[in-house]
Design a protein around this ligand. Structure first.
Ligand SMILES: [Zn+2]
Length: 349
């Protein structure tokens, strides 16, 4: 896949565009428009939902080329290559897969992306320097899932709880060496409820990020990595149709943009390190209770399938574990830089 080695975070180059996409929220929140152009954005209501054209996206984000062949759309500039498919929810940006809430639509000769996916996914990925409330941080909270009486997924080789803890320890030692303050919700094999994990994280008052670590289980063919962030209000849990409670704002929604930016950084870094030793299942929105409750930018990483015959053996391989750990560490520094912090941190004097 092209450009996988390129992280989708962009430097300040795009900051010269004065109109922030947040403004788009104001312009389309007015009277119901079937189709209109406001502040240069071509807007439309499709099935009662707000959409923008890919032509507007091309213009605003300074893509130099838009190619359509059949149902496939490609937007390109020197730094980003974005692939969309009409009728599909998958969006590839520099080879990293994102799963939209709403399918890409077409009406006449125009192609549309939902405003929700633009504001909550594309924009924070392309312009992390615009993210509010990300804050500078040097504290990282690692949350190895399961433990104690709850072993998580198991296979003939090991338990998920053990993998989660081992991965957290690997990440911690490298981050600490770089000057980060690293805290873990558990550092041994003990049970913690989901509420206890949330309370632990929220008791940390300084700016921090929260990384929840899991390994997956599924059918025999299921494999690869996936990264979850909390569904923004109005966005359903991955794989489930919308319910009324999806409109409730959760504590974690304070950081919707930072969440997706952190997920992008982590997911992209790990894909790059694992190359052909993994499969990209994408970055997805979900309503896991830890992500809902934690008041710091938060993600949940599923680092591979314990139920896949080949991947199960990979998970036992120290090189695979090391690639995951290094991917997370590298991603945290890149994210920190992208949202305006310094690229490196130093231990306090
Ligand atoms: Zn798990």
């Amino acid at each position: 896949m092209p450009h996988r080695s390129l992280l989708v975070f962009l430097p300040i180059a795009l900051a010269c565009r004065v109109i922030a996409v947040v403004l788009l929220g104001h312009v389309v929140a007015g009277p119901v428009l079937s189709a209109a152009t406001v502040s240069g954005w071509e807007l439309a209501k499709i099935d009662g939902r707000d959409y923008v054209t890919v032509d507007s996206i091309k213009q605003f984000y300074q893509f130099t080329k838009l190619t359509r062949s059949g149902n496939s759309i490609v937007l390109e500039n020197a730094k980003v290559e974005m692939h969309l498919k009409i009728g599909g929810k998958e969006c590839l940006m520099n080879g990293v897969k994102f799963v939209f809430t709403h399918a890409v639509a077409s009406v006449g000769d125009k192609v549309y992306v939902s405003r929700m996916d633009l504001a909550k996914l594309i924009d924070p990925v392309l312009r992390p320097n615009y993210i509010k409330n990300a804050g500078d941080f040097r504290t990282v909270i690692l949350d190895p899932g399961h433990g104690g009486k709850d072993s998580g997924a198991t296979n003939a080789l090991n338990t998920e709880a053990t993998y989660n803890l081992n991965l957290a320890k690997r990440i911690k030692s490298t981050l600490a060496a770089q000057g980060y303050k690293v805290v873990m919700t558990r550092d041994n094999d003990r049970f913690l409820s989901l509420e206890e994990r949330v309370d632990f994280a929220n008791a940390i008052r300084e700016n921090a990020i929260f990384v929840c670590l899991h390994f997956n289980s599924g059918g025999r063919d299921a494999r690869g990595i996936e990264t979850f962030t909390l569904s923004p209000p109005g966005v359903s849990h991955y794989g489930r149709s919308a319910i009324a409670a999806d409109n409730h704002v959760r504590a974690g929604n304070e950081h919707d943009s930072a969440n997706i930016a952190l997920a992008t950084s982590v997911h992209g870094s790990i894909l790059r390190r694992l190359q052909n030793n993994t499969f990209d299942r994408g970055i997805k929105h979900a309503r896991f209770s830890v992500l809902s409750g934690v008041r710091h930018p938060a993600i949940l990483l599923e680092g591979g399938f314990m139920t896949h015959p080949y991947e199960a053996r990979l998970l036992e391989n120290p090189k695979y574990q090391d690639a995951l750990a290094k991917g997370v560490v590298e991603a945290i520094s890149k994210y920190r830089f992208a949202v305006g912090g310094r690229q490196t941190v130093h231990a306090p004097n």
